[in-house]
Design a protein around this ligand. Structure first.
Ligand SMILES: *Cc1c(COP(=O)(O)O)cnc(C)c1O
Length: 390
């Protein structure tokens, strides 16, 4: 029944995990889900209040402008200026999205012809590869290795592939590895894109989720980046509003315009009340974001310390909600994730779901309440004492 196009892609990693969790819960197991990166903390109260008030305005219940309200696009441009020192034209270089996943998933339809190559990170957020497959493009995996801080080695990309490539998906701070990019790497990347005529697509959904004072850069801070690149952002993770569905893309006006043109034919924009609350979130004080970061940082330290006490080698993430853990005793990602689930009722994501290079890893997320996280760690400690990491 499925089209050949749809047959080329698997069902979404997290919808499979959701089903497994439901089945175990039906059997009475107390499941703790460290699988998905979905903040448990409430959104900043003033942002919720802005949404509440926007609901009382009848005009907000009508179709929004396709590209996003002027108010929202201006707020994005001003936020970029304040946060990164980057100037954007709110009319041509900013586009509102129904979450960044929506924009990322649709982008290949706007840019790729059948057979065009898209460079995708491996491991990587699954949407890049599947979106390319759905648009009849050819994903080419670019390995992210721990030895290079999960940054791709541009020299190892075969020149004949680079010449055929139309887009290059990147994601720093990185999901699932928690790797971060330097501005120097972004400079090399822009040069690479200029040399080969490639469009850089940097997913900066975690730019605000960083620890110990670290402030992740924007690709667009690099000279020449706007000529070759765009950058996606999400309000989901920053303001703990994953269910609201609001994000945006900025950068090269031709690329932003192409995605905008496609979207006018597909959807009818983001609910105006949510765009208004998003505007308030971007324009207002960010102290509520910092308060949430303190909670996430404490949880990060807790997980890293407790797993290290088991004798496991665990890197300390500088950003994101994720601990990217090498599986003990060299078991496969799926075997280890299943063992953890069966022995402890804790869901972790098998790294192989993010690509071949994710084999041998699992991803743990810190987006559950402290008490549940501690309970999960107690169970893991109990179940895996003396289970060395090989
Ligand atoms: C969560 C996530 C997204 C999607 O964010 P939404 O704006 O909620 O669609 C995009 N990219 C990465 C890497 C993510 O982890």
């Amino acid at each position: 029944m499925e089209s050949k196009r749809l047959q080329r892609v698997p069902s979404y990693l997290f919808s499979d995990l959701d089903r497994k969790q439901e089945a175990l819960q039906a059997q009475g197991m107390d499941v703790i889900n460290l699988g998905v990166g979905d903040p448990d903390l409430p959104p900043p109260p003033h942002v919720v209040e802005a949404l509440r008030q926007a609901l009382n305005e009848p005009a907000n219940h009508r179709y929004p402008p396709y590209a996003g309200t002027k108010e929202f696009r201006e707020a994005v441009a001003q936020w970029y200026q304040r946060r990164f020192g980057v100037s954007l034209d709110p009319d041509r270089e900013v586009l509102a999205l129904i979450g960044s996943k929506e924009g990322l998933a649709h982008l290949p339809w706007a840019l790729l012809d059948p057979g065009d190559v898209a460079l995708v990170p491996d491991p990587g957020y699954p949407v890049y590869k599947t979106a390319v497959l759905l648009a009849d493009g050819e994903p080419f995996p670019v390995p992210l290795d721990p030895q290079s801080g999960f940054l791709p080695d541009l020299e190892t990309i075969p020149p004949e592939i680079a010449r055929r490539a139309k887009v290059f998906f990147l994601n720093y701070p990185n999901n699932p590895t928690a790797g971060v990019a330097t501005k120097e790497f972004f400079r090399d990347l822009v040069k690479f894109a200029q040399d080969y005529g490639i469009i850089l697509v940097q997913d900066n959904s975690y730019s605000e989720i960083a620890y110990d004072g670290y402030r992740p850069p924007s690709l667009l801070e690099v000279e020449g980046a706007k000529e070759v690149g765009i950058e996606f952002h999400s309000l989901s993770k920053t303001y703990c509003i994953t269910g609201w569905r609001i994000g945006f893309v900025v950068g090269n006006p031709k690329v932003v315009g192409a995605l905008g043109k496609l979207k006018t034919n597909l959807d009818s924009g983001v609910f105006r009340a949510i765009q208004h609350a998003g505007t308030v979130a971007l324009n207002g004080p960010q102290d509520e974001v910092l308060k949430r970061l303190e909670v996430f940082q404490r949880r990060r330290d807790l997980v890293v310390n407790r797993l290290r006490e088991l004798g496991w080698e665990v890197p300390l993430p500088k950003a994101t909600f994720y601990i990217w853990l090498r599986t003990p005793d060299g078991s496969t990602a799926r075997t280890f994730a299943e063992t953890v689930l069966m022995r402890t009722g804790v869901v972790v994501t098998p790294g192989s779901g993010y690509g071949e290079r994710g084999e041998g890893y699992v991803r743990l997320s810190i987006t559950v309440p402290d008490a549940r996280l501690e309970e999960a760690l107690n169970r893991i400690t109990e179940a895996f004492k003396g289970f060395g990491q090989g």
